[in-house]
Design a binder for this molecule. Sequence first.
Ligand code: SAM
Length: 272
Amino acid sequence: MPQTLSQIKSLLTAHGLRPKHRLGQNFLHDHNQMSKILAAAELTPGERVLEVGAGTGALSEQLLDRGAELVAVEIDADLEPILRHVLAPYGNRAQLIVGDVLANKHALNPQIFERLGDQPFKLVANLPYQIASPLLMNLLIDHPQMTLAVVMVQREVADRLTAGPGGKDYGPLGVMAQAMCHVERIATLPPSCFWPRPQVNSAVVRLRRRDEPLTDDPHQLARALRRLFAHRRKQLGTVLGRQTPLPEGVDPRARPETLSVEQIIALARQLG
Ligand code: SAM
């Protein structure tokens, strides 16, 4: 049985702690929603799992009970004694990194790959909202060993991950995610599933890496996305210059936000 709300509260109180808003500490206490995350992760015993933002270890324990080889990352050193205690029974199957998951905006903490090695892994996490987007971008572009991700994110981030062309949510994160993965929304959650309640709704999204990603050069795609979406409402001809040759079927008067993922990839190839 996962940690209950009163257990989470007493774990913190016993250590003289309170949830830290600036670190996105909204603890998931709804067991139905926790089960949805676990089911969506389709774990088999012995699989490597990266959990970012382990908190009091509620999700970590459940992942370990399903046989995961877990690398859990938590930035808040105040939570370390709680986590060490929760993870101890699992021995070497549970490894804890106390630190920031990001080394900088474009790179992950190198300790993570010292622990995970080059093996395939899944990301399963109730993500701190502030870093969801740079973390996912980085994993999508630079870490093909991540085969599947099941992540709790702000609903707005879920909308961006799943958006199609034309709307305000469509942009670099969604295009990159959809180029590299099959993306599905698994659940939408109200603030009442968390303590303390966040001000926004949340959603669980699954990203399953494609056997054949739509681009073999995600860095090239990332460069093109930065260029195109810096001026999403301007016409392509204006953004890129009238001389730039466009792929067949792409109108220079079109706005970047109306292009399909495939068209953006074709354009990225042309831009080099
Ligand atoms: N896993 C717990 C759960 O499901 O209830 C807690 C999730 S809470 C939304 C996010 C956690 O991420 C917090 O414990 C927070 O301290 C941690 N965190 C925030 N920023 C982080 C970062 N840059 N690197 C690693 N952990 C971070």
